[in-house]
Design a protein around this ligand. Structure first.
Ligand SMILES: *Cc1c(COP(=O)(O)O)cnc(C)c1O
Length: 387
């Protein structure tokens, strides 16, 4: 039996009629997509760097401020391929507070992930922790701009330069992010964007790699096509990570919608921030100075002692109102069975703390002001003891 009112007189908010997930893919107008599908049908050319993929590469290169950019079947393969193309060996230092694809790509490239702790403000790799994790086996750093919050790019570059390491970024959450007017593509040796359906800009499945290094770019382009060189001979065993024309076409149709989507998400963020930042025990990170936010996720942190309820209890209680918030990222990658051995020597107090408090609220342009307000009502109702 659920109570309709709290002792304070606050009324129980209406549950949503159908589940509100933490994200929703941006879908272009179907008729427009069908119209352009005819181009692909007429060309009878479905993959292998066709016209649509070339067009999308060109547009993304300009939009993301990339010197060179290649499209891939997905972000995981793109990252693995970039690591392989750098001729690395041994260990790659990375963050445990990321999606499994980050350490997975290191293993796919034949390398060993080593986890270093994160910074409590950006939630990204702490350069001092990275430096402390360096061994004679270390050959690279793979940092993640998690939730679109940017890394300490200068600090990480200093560590990389000092120790002769390559520096790669997983920018799966940071499409279009900028630091002091500089696009995120311009930091590090290679930058991966995931174009998966859950990302702000997507091609259903897909990935992109940006780099300033022409030789690296050429090796990556060969490697995404089995290793074939310009003379038609395989120079080094490659993968297959080409983007199909259908995925590229979808991307070309989604791309013009991104700015409006970002504007709508900015509005949702403002509602969440104004309603929830007052609630005891709800911590909302401040925007970073000089940074253009990609608007990929809206993370909040639940401090149980002040909130009166754990993050897990809040997520479960919200589900009863059909609001499906996500414990993202939970658990740490270092706690997955696959990485237990890698993490044995890691000291990760900040990451271990953060991962207990974090959750991502529903965040997509399709949420109306009323929806966002109702989600806040639900969280505050639960906070005040309602179920
Ligand atoms: C989505 C994501 C990836 C993987 O991208 P795919 O395109 O799905 O392979 C990698 N890293 C992070 C942080 C992600 O969120």
């Amino acid at each position: 039996m659920v109570s309709e009112f709290l002792a304070s007189g606050v009324r129980r908010p209406q549950p949503f009629g159908s589940p509100v997930l933490y994200t929703r893919p941006l879908l272009p107008d179907l008729e427009s997509l069908q119209g352009h599908l005819e181009d692909v049908w007429r060309a009878q050319y479905l993959t292998n760097g066709g016209q649509k993929a070339q067009e999308l590469e060109k547009r993304l290169r300009a939009l993301l401020g990339a010197q060179h950019l290649s499209l891939h079947a997905n972000g995981t393969l793109a990252l693995a391929l970039a690591l392989r193309a750098m001729n690395l060996s041994g260990e790659v230092i990375t963050t445990p507070f990321t999606f499994a694809a980050t350490p997975n790509s290191i293993v796919l490239a034949g390398l060993t992930p080593v986890f270093a702790d994160i910074d409590p403000d950006s939630f990204n790799l702490d350069p001092a922790a990275v430096e402390a994790a360096i061994t004679p086996e270390t050959s690279a750093i793979l940092a993640v701009h998690v939730f679109g919050r940017v890394c300490d790019v200068e600090g990480l570059q200093r560590v990389a330069d000092k120790h002769g390491l390559k520096l790669l970024y997983d920018a799966a959450h940071a499409f279009g992010a900028e630091i002091d007017g500089r696009p995120i593509s311009s930091f590090g040796d290679a930058v991966m964007y995931s174009l998966h359906a859950t990302k702000l800009f997507h091609t259903a499945e897909g990935g992109a790699l940006a780099t300033w290094d022409a030789d690296l770019h050429a090796r990556i382009e060969r490697s995404r096509n089995f290793g074939f060189g310009p003379d038609g001979l395989v120079e080094a065993a490659g993968m297959n990570s080409k983007m199909s024309e259908l995925n590229a076409l979808l991307g070309l149709e989604v791309l013009p919608l991104v700015e409006e989507e970002r504007r709508k998400r900015t509005n949702v963020a403002a509602i969440y921030r104004s309603r929830l930042s007052q609630a005891p025990g709800v911590f909302i990170p401040e925007p970073q100075d000089g940074v253009v936010d990609s608007r990929q996720y809206f993370p909040i942190f639940i401090r149980e002692a002040e909130f009166g309820l754990s993050r897990d209890a809040l997520v479960d209680a919200m589900a009863e109102f059909n609001v499906i918030a996500r414990r993202y990222f939970y658990p740490l990658c270092s706690e997955f069975p696959a990485y237990a051995a890698n993490a044995a020597g890691s000291h990760l107090p900040v990451a271990r703390h953060v991962v207990q408090e974090v959750m991502c609220l529903p965040y997509f342009g399709g949420l109306s002001d009323d929806d966002a307000q109702r989600i806040c009502d639900i969280i505050l109702f639960i906070h005040q003891g309602g179920r």
